[in-house]
Design a protein around this ligand. Structure first.
Ligand code: HDE
Length: 682
């Protein structure tokens, strides 16, 4: 197999993968040895009622392969979904980094991105309250660069040595393997209360960020401080951000739990369909940059992964865009076998001494050795760089490359000392020459010891609705904790963040609330609130509740105007088939009340028709739930009657009346607002 080099082509990875794909349609069935198979339904037996024969190599090969189909799931981030795409930088970042893919705005770099939840198993529901992984592999001309981030900019712990403890506490409890994909249990909260560096991340995990509406509507963060190094060898500290073009949006917790039952594949389905429909998800790459000499100018340590850099103090410079434009051909071959590693870097990007990052630099390759069965996982098609790779590493399980010649050592004279090393100025990777000195100690810097200021900063930055959601999340999670002592410890701990917060959930779980104290930190960072995110309507899903005999004239223009904005309409009715309007217009029903549910949509438009009581009863349930989840609801014609209930009548985000331009515009605006938190919901 030849290693293709990427000469500026956006499809170098696609072309490379093409060589490994196989289309079995229309082909003859063979064994893995290429032998044509004559029969595939009956095993070879001694008589048609007799025992199966050992000689049946076809049966044995088929069954053996099946018996070995599974590989261990990822220890964390097992439940994931991925897509291919491209990245392009807007303007050269040469001033800060010599990374080739960030230097040339005419260059597109192929990428592969895997999104994931952290705690749950491979088959768990996707709407768990959890951080989301956001891992990007850039197939650059200088080798693979992996930005292995999360949708939360900070982490639970400050030192990698605590990671196994954190994960043991978070995962289902070992004695009964419950609960699945949930942090709402005793061991997790016991860990939190006894490892208080987690306070800031817990605030994020209890916020709406932990239940995203879509992978297309969440931010990504590199979390750690990395380094940019330019051609002159100058280094800057950098934090990486992905900003979704559609804005950052979430669902509500009650909805999340129901989606997990109605459609446990909700997030992957959303990503897959968007790409299939040509609505390519886009994310802008942002960087926050701090000159090395400013390392100690902040009230946090830049090496501490439980701290973010407030965007108002250190602006996020938007430097490029990533577009996801191709679904995988095979989930196992690509999504499951992709191997990310924060240590996969290119010249111009380097590490900081963040002790969490330092530990990750060990763990990722190590975990692939067991997960992917040996040291040759870099040869799997999805993991191959698009540039050539040569060295003296040899052999091992599953080796595919056939290295010619007798030389597999360095230095040598037989091959003129090749493969040869490359000096830094010609593109060889040289670690940044940072001066370090110190005593060997097991210790943590004093500058890492403030665990609460930024947790309070986060709290202060939330809107009233977001604060209420956080209190509700703590109330839910601790409501599931059985130990009184743990509940009390957590109330005590979060009283350090805000007594309003601690009082809020202490009350709900029947623990003595702390006395009110003013927050020690008063600063807020508006960028942290999703209330200030980009509003968008494109690709939003509207359930149109419609029956036979609908008002054609009423809806045709509404449909057109909504579709022009990229809004997706799906018709829900009593049964599948065709609906005919009063004036003869026809529509196919997409879902029935049985197969659809309001939690699977962003908004509802009730058109109605000449339908019976049972239709309107189901329609009423549908909109009541959408209403309770603060979603936009519109109704015209017969549908309007359903909104005449007192609580809904003049509520924010409820649009009714006769069809007019205003009506549709109001509905579109209501959809853009995402949710209407100022609505009174019982
Ligand atoms: Fe990971 N992490 N992690 N992690 N992580 C893994 O690697 C680990 C951390 C992240 O879609 C594992 O291949 C340690 C922070 C993502 O394939 C494993 C520590 C962040 C993914 C591992 C951390 C992440 C992983 C499991 C603390 C955000 C999924 C399977 C020192 C910046 C990548 C694997 C994918 C996966 C170790 C902390 C993100 C076990 C030891 C912080 C997105 O190696």
């Amino acid at each position: 197999m030849s290693h293709q080099s990427n000469v500026n082509g956006s499809n170098s990875k696609k072309d490379q993968l093409e060589q490994f794909t196989s289309d079995d349609r229309g082909k003859k069935m063979t064994t893995n040895q290429g032998l044509q198979v004559e029969e595939d339904e009956f095993s070879l037996k001694a008589g048609d009622r007799g025992p199966t024969l050992m000689e049946d190599f076809h049966f044995r090969e088929k069954m053996t392969h099946f018996d070995h189909e599974r590989i261990p799931e990822r220890a964390v981030h097992a439940r994931g979904f991925a897509a291919h795409g491209e990245f392009q930088v807007y303007e050269s970042m040469k001033e800060f980094t010599k990374a080739d893919f960030l230097n040339d705005s005419s260059k597109t770099t192929p990428v592969f991105v895997r999104f994931s939840t952290v705690a749950g198993s491979k088959g768990s529901g996707e709407l768990a309250r959890d951080a989301r992984g956001f891992a990007t592999k850039f197939y650059t001309d200088q080798g693979n660069y992996d930005l292995v981030g999360n949708n939360i900019p900070v982490f639970f712990i400050q030192d990698a040595i605590k990671f196994p403890d954190l994960v043991h506490a978070l995962k289902p409890e070992p004695h009964n393997e419950m609960p699945q994909a949930a942090s709402a249990h005793d061991t997790f909260w016991d860990f939190i209360a006894n490892n208080q560096e987690s306070a800031h991340m817990v605030m994020w995990a209890m916020s709406d960020r932990a239940i995203p509406r879509s992978f297309r509507m969440m931010e990504g963060f590199g979390v750690h401080t990395f380094r940019f190094v330019n051609e002159e060898g100058k280094s800057h500290f950098v934090k990486f951000h992905w900003k979704p073009v559609l804005g950052t949006h979430s669902v509500v917790w009650d909805e999340a739990q129901k989606i997990n039952g109605k459609d446990p594949d909700f997030h992957r389905g959303d990503l897959w369909n968007a790409i299939e429909n040509g609505d390519y998800p886009e994310y802008e790459l942002g960087v926050q940059i701090i000159p090395e000499e400013d390392e100690f100018k902040f009230d946090f340590d830049v090496l501490d992964p439980t701290k973010l850099w407030p965007e108002e103090d250190i602006p996020v410079k938007i430097v490029g865009k990533m577009t996801l434009n191709r679904n995988v051909d095979n989930v196992f071959a690509e999504t499951e076998q992709v191997a990310f590693h924060p240590g996969h870097v290119v010249p111009g990007i380097d590490f900081s001494n963040d002790p969490l990052l330092q530990g990750r630099l060990f763990s990722y390759t190590d975990t692939q050795l067991i997960r992917l069965g040996g040291p040759n996982f870099h040869e799997l098609p999805i993991n191959r760089p698009v540039c050539p790779f040569h060295n003296n590493q040899r052999d091992g399980y599953g080796r595919q490359t056939i290295n010619r010649g007798p030389v597999s050592y360095h230095n040598n004279s037989l091959a003129q000392n090749t493969p040869e090393t490359t000096p830094e100025h010609q593109g060889g990777f040289k670690h940044y020459e940072e001066k370090v000195e110190g005593y060997k100690v097991r210790a943590r810097s004093e500058s890492f010891k403030d665990h609460f200021s930024q947790a309070t900063l986060f709290w202060n930055s939330m809107s009233d609705a977001e604060k209420e959601h956080i209190i509700n999340a703590f109330s839910f999670e601790l409501g599931k904790v059985e130990s009184r002592s743990i509940q009390e410890q957590v109330v005590d701990m979060f009283a350090n963040v805000s007594t309003d917060l601690a009082q809020g959930f202490a009350e709900a779980i029947g623990v003595e609330p702390p006395a009110h104290k003013e927050n020690r930190v008063t600063k807020a960072s508006p960028a942290l609130s999703q209330e200030n995110t980009v509003q968008s309507v494109t690709t939003r899903k509207v359930a149109v509740i419609m029956g036979d005999g609908f008002q054609d004239t009423e809806i045709l223009t509404v449909f057109d105007q909504l579709k022009q904005k990229g809004i997706k309409l799906e018709i829900v009715s009593s049964k599948l088939g065709k609906l005919t309007g009063k004036d003869g217009a026809e529509y196919q029903v997409d879902h029935t009340f049985l197969t659809a549910d309001s939690v699977l949509f962003d908004a509802v438009y009730v058109v109605g028709g000449n339908e019976d009581k049972s239709f309107y009863k189901k329609a009423a349930l549908f909109i009541h739930e959408a209403f309770a989840h603060y979603k936009p609801i519109a109704a015209t014609a017969e549908g309007e009657k359903l909104l005449e209930v007192d609580e809904m009548k003049d509520s924010p985000g409820v649009v009714r009346g006769t069809v007019s331009k205003n009506f549709t515009e109001e509905f579109i605006e209501a959809i853009a607002s995402h949710r209407h938190w100022n609505r009174k919901v019982m």
